[in-house]
Design a protein around this ligand. Structure first.
Ligand code: ADP
Length: 308
């Protein structure tokens, strides 16, 4: 194989109660990427559409991941990369993760499946270090594995895939404001009371069980975040109104996607997802803030091949 085209999904990390431990992938929002072998031995970003991103191979996540994988494999070829972004970076929807996971998947294909999934994940995590300074696994794991994932442990790295109920959909609003990752981290308390921790891990257990048994009500009851949301919501204009709008229109639950500013609602059924999209629109349409709203199924698989 000398060339391939892939789709790499957007992802929602944290999923309310699962701060830094859970994430899921979207079916119909993500990056389109093309990877073509070249004889120069160089990694070149030859096209970026839809976002203002660096072309330098050591700064662009896709190129950085590709470079490291090809170097480690002592490959005798280079790669030209095209990236078409369908949503803006800095959304809290794993934009760098989509690029990193996409590159890890594609370069592995060009190397005739040299690497295991977990090894691909480690390369994609290196991409997260290039983007934000630390090797965070949640968004990249969801993008590579698809569906819901639990990062059970980092040392050793242990990723658990959780089944997705067939009728689960998501509505996302991305208010196009900038939240600095540093601010989103600094606003959180350094320690939490034992009682709060108990609430939180009880809900993570409930969410995992609800996903396994397709118990939508249990999923909804478990989508509660006592640890992060009370602090981070202050950084997102109209967060409470968005959450109320989602719950009033039949969402199972709603919360902050990653470190924001995007807000997601999980719902049963596509029709409800559309109703919540309209309700989100009503909350934001008279604000001065630009925004985008997406509805999607949950991706059954992670990064996928577009060509044969
Ligand atoms: P999001 O909030 O969507 O998860 P990220 O935290 O993934 O956004 O960070 C995007 C950052 O990564 C930006 O600073 C961007 O310049 C950088 N970056 C580098 N390469 C890429 C790439 N190929 N795709 C997306 N972001 C990239």
């Amino acid at each position: 194989m000398d060339q391939l085209q892939i789709f790499s999904p957007a992802t929602v990390a944290n999923v309310s109660c699962g701060y830094d431990a859970m994430a899921f992938a979207l079916e119909s929002l993500g990056d389109e990427m093309t990877f073509r072998k070249n004889d120069s031995g160089q990694i070149r970003i030859v096209k970026i559409e839809g976002a203002d991103l660096p072309y330098e191979p050591n700064k662009n996540v896709a190129a950085a991941v590709a470079q490291r994988m090809l170097q480690d494999a002592a490959a005798d070829f280079g790669v030209d990369i095209e990236i078409v972004k369908k949503y803006k970076p800095g959304s809290g929807l794993g934009s760098s993760a989509a690029s990193g996971a996409g590159a890890a998947f594609a370069i592995n294909q060009l190397l005739n499946n040299r690497y295991t999934k977990l090894e691909q994940l480690k390369y994609a995590m290196f991409g997260e270090e290039v983007a934000c300074g630390s090797q965070i696994a949640d968004n990249v794991a969801a993008a590579l594995y698809g569906g819901f994932v639990l990062i059970r442990s980092y040392e050793p790295l242990d990723i658990v895939s959780i089944p997705t109920p067939a009728d689960l959909y998501v509505t996302v609003i991305h208010p196009q404001i900038e939240i600095k990752t540093e601010d989103a981290r600094n606003i959180l308390p350094k320690e939490i009371p034992m009682r709060t921790a108990v609430f939180q891990w009880a809900n993570v257990g409930g969410l995992i069980s609800g996903l396994h048994t397709a118990d939508y009500e249990l999923i909804g009851r478990s989508l509660t975040d006592h640890v992060v949301e009370p602090y981070r919501k202050k950084l997102i204009p109209h967060f409470d109104a968005l959450k109320s709008a989602a719950m009033d229109h039949g969402a199972l639950g709603a919360g902050i996607s990653g470190s924001g500013p995007s807000v997601f609602a999980l719902v049963k059924g596509e029709e409800t997802a559309d109703k919540i999209a309209a309700a989100f629109d009503k909350v934001y349409k008279n604000s001065e803030i630009e925004y985008r709203i997406y509805t999607s199924g949950i991706a059954k698989t992670g990064v996928t091949l577009r060509n044969k």
